[in-house]
Design a protein around this ligand. Structure first.
Ligand SMILES: [Zn+2]
Ligand SMILES: [Zn+2]
Ligand SMILES: [Zn+2]
Length: 242
């Protein structure tokens, strides 16, 4: 009798212990409530792939100052693949726009690209400005451009935005009729649909060539002087939020 009691007690204690353990590992509603303070530091490394990774851009493009028509939004959408393919080409297939959401009458605070509603059917911002890179937006800088911006102009602003090419949003690689043979120059100043590298960069514009700056910041690679042609990039999925 006594032995059975002890055994029973052991079983009960074990059961309680298991039950308590089960709660803590199960988490949720039975966690004790408490308050406390603490400090800590840590470091870590990691790798990853997939949508939204480095060089696979997931963007929001807002129409600002009003609403564009459905037809205008469709035209903006139809222009996106060419912009992504342009980015893909200048980076030898190492970057593209994976997904893009067009938001009608949106706020620049949530965007990566913005188009004033009165420029939605245009390739430029008007008043002599093709496009620009502006502080703000969802991640610090956004591109402001016409709804039907061309792929060269977009790659130029994208270079300012993602890689601070030429050293920032106001620096360029052109003046008058001379510039670097790259997208941070202009067509009129000898610009080409490529990033300049240490073999063709004119250092009077800024210390680093476009490729030097990009390779310092990303895992993308480029061999000086090697500009292989690549075809169209992966399909960009585009969603319109009217
Ligand atoms: Zn520029
Ligand atoms: Zn350049
Ligand atoms: Zn250059």
């Amino acid at each position: 009798m006594e032995r059975i009691s002890v055994l029973l007690l052991v079983v009960i204690v074990l059961t309680i212990a298991l039950a308590i353990h089960g709660c803590s590992s199960g988490g949720g509603s039975k966690r004790p409530i408490g308050t406390g303070t603490g400090t800590g530091t840590g470091t870590g490394t990691g790798t990853g792939t997939g949508t939204g990774g480095p060089n696979e851009f997931v963007y929001v493009w807002v129409i600002t100052g009003g609403s564009a028509t459905a037809a205008e939004l469709d035209a903006v959408k139809a222009n996106i693949q060419g912009l992504s393919d342009g980015l893909y080409g200048v980076a030898h297939g190492q970057q593209h726009i994976a997904h893009l959401t067009i938001k009608n009458n949106g706020a620049t605070s949530e965007c990566h690209v913005a188009t004033p509603v009165d420029r939605v059917a245009s390739g430029t911002l008007g008043g002599g400005t093709w496009a620009r890179c502006v502080p703000g937006g969802a991640d610090g800088k956004y591109i402001e451009c016409g709804g039907l911006v061309d792929h060269y102009t977009f790659a130029h602003e994208h270079g300012h935005k993602e890689y601070e090419l030429a050293g920032g949003v106001l620096a360029e690689e052109y003046s008058g009729a001379s510039g670097c043979p790259c997208v941070i120059s202009t067509g009129a100043a000898g610009g080409l649909m490529q990033y300049c590298d240490d073999g063709n960069h004119e250092t009077s514009w800024c210390p680093n060539s476009c490729w030097k700056a990009i390779m310092d910041q990303t895992s993308m690679t480029h061999t000086t002087g090697d500009y292989p042609a690549v075809g169209a990039g992966p399909t960009t999925t585009v969603v319109i939020e009217p």
